[in-house]
Structure formats: C-alpha cells, structure tokens
Design a protein around this ligand. Sequence first.
Ligand SMILES: *Cc1c(COP(=O)(O)O)cnc(C)c1O
Length: 391
Amino acid sequence: MKPTLIRPGGLPHSASTPVVTPLMPSVVYAAESPDALDAQYEGRTEGYTYAREGHPNADVLARRIDAMEGATGGIVVGSGMAAVTAVLLGLLKSGDHVVGGNQLYGRSLRMLRDDLPRLGIATSQADPTDVDSVRAALRPETKLILIEVVSNPTLRVADLEGLIALAKDKGILLAVDNTFTTPRAIRPLEMGADILIHSVTKLMAGHSDVTLGYVAAKDAGLRQQLYDFAVTTGLTASPFDCWLAERGLMSFDLRFDRTEATAQRLADHLAGQAGVKRVLYPTRIDHPDHARAQGLLRGRGCNMVSFELDGGRETANAFVRAADGIAFAPTLGDIGTTLSHPASSSHRGLTPEARLSLGLTEGFFRVSVGLEDPEALLACFDRGLEAARQA
Ligand SMILES: *Cc1c(COP(=O)(O)O)cnc(C)c1O
C-alpha cells in the first residue's frame, strides 16, 4: 500500500445531498490560502475556522430555535447555565445591580446570591408575579432583570407584560428564561423582552441525552458581546449534542402538545382526591394566577404539574415507592414522566422555614409529564396515592 498523509481529505462526491444534517465534529477548518483566510476574517466570505468560535451543528440548531422564538442570531452554548452565565457575566460589570425572580432555577439563584456579589455585582430578589415588588427592588444602577415565566416548582406565572413595561420605562434589560414555557406557549422577545434564555436540555431537546443552552438578544451589540464572551470563556456546545438536539426538536411541537394535554388531565385527576391537599396547574381555575395564565399563555399550559399530599416524609416515601414506573429524578422535559420532591432535592439547601414560605412541604411534588399512555400514567399515580393514604 502506498504511504499516505494522515488526512488525505475529501468526501466521496455525491450529486445528491443528504436529507439529514451531517454531524460535523471537526474542531479545525482548513483554509485554501492566507488570502482566503483574510477574506473570511474580514467578513468577505463566510466559513468556520475553529469550533470554539462556531461550528455547523451549533448554527443549524441555533437557526431552528431562532425561528421558533422569533429571534435573530441566537447562540447555542454548552448548557442552560452557560446561557445564564453569558448573560450575567458577559453583559454586566462591577458596580451594576441585578434583580432576579425569587423562584428562579436553583443554580441561577445561586449565581445571583454567591457569584455576582463576589465580582462586585450587587443582586436582589423580587416576586415577578408582582410588578410593584420588582419596582421596589430597582436601584439607580440596576442594569438587568432576570425572570422565568412560570416558576419552579410552584408554577406561579410572572406578570410578563407588566415587567416588560417597567423595564422599558426604566431603560433596564429584561432577560427571560423560557425553559418551562417554551415558544409553543409564549414568545417573550416578540412581546418586548430584550434577552431570551433556554435550557435546551429540557423540553426542547426532550430526551434527557444532551446538555445544551441557547441565548438570544434583540440588540446586535448585545449579541456580539454574548458571542465574544461565550467564545472567550469556552461555553462551546458539542457538535454531537447539537445534532441530537436538532433531532429532538423535530418532534418538539408534538411532544409539547401531547404532554400538555396529559398534564392537564393529570392535574384534574389528582384534584379533589382523598390525600391530595392541593394541585397547581396554570390553566386550572383554582390556580392563583389563572386569569393571567389564560391571557399570557393564550390558554396553553405546560407539561408540569405540582401537587401536595397530606402528610410528611413517610407519606412522600410511600407515594414514590408505590408509583413505580415513574422515574424519581429531578429533571424535566424528558419523554418519560419524572417526579421530583423539592424538599429532598432542588430545595434541600433552604432552611425548613424558607421552604415552608414557598409552600414546599414534605408532601410537595412536581411532575414533569412525559409521553406515556395517559391511562397507564393515571393508574400509576393512583397506586402511589393509595399507598400514601395507607402510610
Ligand atoms: C435546567 C434549567 C436551567 C439550567 O439548564 P442546564 O442545561 O441544566 O444547565 C436553567 N433554567 C431553568 C428554568 C432550568 O429548568
């Protein structure tokens, strides 16, 4: 055999093109000449140079999510938290102040509480369901408000319209984490938010096999800042993860509609049963933000249902053990239903008093509804409830 160089290069020629996006794990891209590289760096031609600065699979995914969110030039990064980090550390500087929703995702709260103050960025928390509470938290140096539309795990609905008006009035950036609600229920950029964040890991990718994030800004200057920060700090997404997430997105609308319908059914099924103290689901009439949810989410719900059992830890243990077939795992948005118990997982770091002030008793559960047959799923919950009542 004739000796060859390591990378002789070139793909087999095909006059026809693949239907599926090819997976392109290449870290480097070879240019034709120094002149060609100049042209690329100077923006006269387009192309890739080094994967940390961008690669085809991330761009294909980003353009798909852009289209869903009505965004331009969004960036795919290595996790939802990488997206949160890009916004908080890439756009703010020492001396700035941030107001965060008081029920944000745990690690977002932690970044506000522990990391930003260490870097000289002051932070406060406020209740995003109440614009006056957010207004009261503002300072002359407030640069950004970070909220989620539907809070975790109590499923409270933010006053997004009020917050958009407040942020515009005060010249403050409004960043919305749309992970729970997704563009199927609400498109915050189109309503007037400035920045949009996703943990693509959850419903968008949907199969619990990738960790990815997405961030988009309306303003081109902010977009450039986010991009440069992400490239410099290496928030890069893996091409394989992007490729899997793109595949997951193909069925996103179907998954969302089906899990939303089952979630609604589950919420109605649980409500009023012996041993169930309360059920939280935004489209239910007994939800504290029912009227706002109807308007804001245009009658749509989400795939999340929370409920509270009468009883303490023993009851909770009995419920989980008997509801076998449902993964007891603190994630959401998977094709399979998952059950989480905030007191022993996401909110275990809080004092019991702080947990109680959020209503998170030992009997409180959050369900991320999946694609199972609804009847089979309800039967599973019934087994759990029966055991909980016996406990
Ligand atoms: C999971 C989650 C995040 C973080 O996303 P990762 O992909 O796990 O880093 C951020 N915000 C919300 C609302 C989430 O549910």
